[in-house]
Design a protein around this ligand. Structure first.
Ligand SMILES: C[S@@+](CC[C@H](N)C(=O)[O-])C[C@H]1O[C@@H](n2cnc3c(N)ncnc32)[C@H](O)[C@@H]1O
Length: 355
């Protein structure tokens, strides 16, 4: 997938090994902070049934694309209307060809996020994308909005196109890891022309999954699963702030771009798992409300709670064990040195009577 704080791609072998000891294939596993979907996809591959959710809209598009499809959708509402239709290609490829050949537009991304733009709040131009790429992104965004408004694409097709668009936007963004701020100068892949590229689909027939969007605390009562994997944020950094541009692409809207960095108002998606004073109540809501006997929680040595604090909190619901699953190299913002950081996998087996 793409660089995303806390992405679990590297931990997948240890994670899947642990999950296999807890529940057999075809069990239902909830992945309620699914982010890029890397764990949900691994669960699909191992023949589990997945209930995947996250509070972010971009995550929903990633999850729908990767869990609910085994081939590109048919785009029946568009075929016949596409200037770049090619009977030798899939409809998906023809749709992308059409979008890639749109004339550039000086729209919201050009105005707010490119060096030739004039941000509405009077701040100096922002440099997330070259002016050429911002205009191409505008053309694609506005065309998708037109297609959605005209009822030409289904919700699933919208997700596939938004997922594809987000992957392409990430390729040319001039940032260092997150969208918290842009780099001072363009270089490398940010100078490459923006192009939508077809994504691959898992060909297996295992698409009997559920994708939801919302706060885990609120979705919990509606989820019944054999195991719930929780991969919470472990720092104060809010995902909604750090990935604001991806959220804007995912929603297809035109929010006020605030301050020098152009963040959207992200308060409606701020996570209580990033707040030391609220994290305990949030864990409580998720664990006590969900119909699920077992929880597997990833956490980092650098988290807001220490492993001892977290284990103690969880032990109020049942039996807790944890293992250290390895470490990753970590470089803090104000240090050039890297150090090793432990990641924990905590297993909670709920007491009977605890839901
Ligand atoms: C550590 S990341 C998950 C990474 C994911 N496992 C992956 O491999 O990409 C944490 C995720 O939790 C989501 N999140 C934070 N607080 C949440 C909440 N209260 N309810 C639902 N999702 C939440 C964030 O949007 C973010 O995508």
């Amino acid at each position: 997938m793409f660089r995303y704080i806390g992405n679990k791609t590297k931990l997948l072998p240890a994670l899947m090994e642990t999950i296999a000891t807890l529940v057999p294939p075809r069990s239902t596993v909830a992945d309620i902070m699914a982010g890029t979907g890397s764990v949900s996809v691994a669960l699909r591959r191992e023949n589990y049934r997945v209930i995947a959710s996250d509070v972010m809209t971009y995550s929903r598009h990633h999850l729908v694309t990767q869990l609910l499809f085994s081939a590109p959708p048919a785009f029946e509402g568009l075929v016949g209307r596409l200037p770049a239709y090619d009977a030798g290609k899939t409809a998906y490829e023809s749709v992308l060809d059409t979008l890639n050949s749109l004339p550039p537009r000086k729209g919201y991304f050009y105005r707010e996020f490119s060096p030739d733009g004039t941000p509405a709040n009077g701040c100096p131009p922002r440099k997330y994308f070259t002016s050429e790429n911002a205009q191409k992104i505008d053309a694609v965004r506005e065309t998708l909005n037109d297609w959605i408004a005209a009822g030409l694409i289904t919700e699933g097709e919208e997700s596939v196109l938004k997922h594809t668009l987000i992957m392409a936007v990430n390729e040319v963004a001039s940032i260092s890891g997150t969208y918290g701020y842009f780099l001072s100068a363009f270089g490398g892949s940010a100078l490459e022309p923006f192009t939508l590229k077809p994504v691959s689909f898992l060909p297996d027939a295992n698409t009997d999954h559920v994708v939801l969007q919302g706060f885990a605390e609120e979705l919990a009562p509606s989820i019944t699963a054999d195991l719930c994997y929780i991969d919470p944020p472990y720092m104060k950094r809010q995902y909604a702030a750090n990935y604001h541009i991806l959220e804007t692409v995912a929603r297809g809207d035109f929010p006020e771009a605030i301050g020098k960095s152009g963040l959207r108002d992200w308060w409606d998606q701020h996570s209580l798992f990033c707040t030391r004073t609220r994290i305990r109540a949030s864990f409580d809501k998720v664990i006590s409300r969900m119909h699920c006997p077992q929880f597997l929680i990833s956490y980092s040595e650098d988290g807001l709670l220490s492993i001892e604090e977290l284990a103690e909190l969880l032990s109020g619901y049942g039996e807790v064990t944890y293992r250290t699953v390895g470490y990753r190299r970590f470089r803090s913002n104000n240090s050039s040195k890297t150090r090793e950081l432990n990641e924990y996998l905590i297993i909670l087996t709920k007491n009977r009577g605890n839901g």
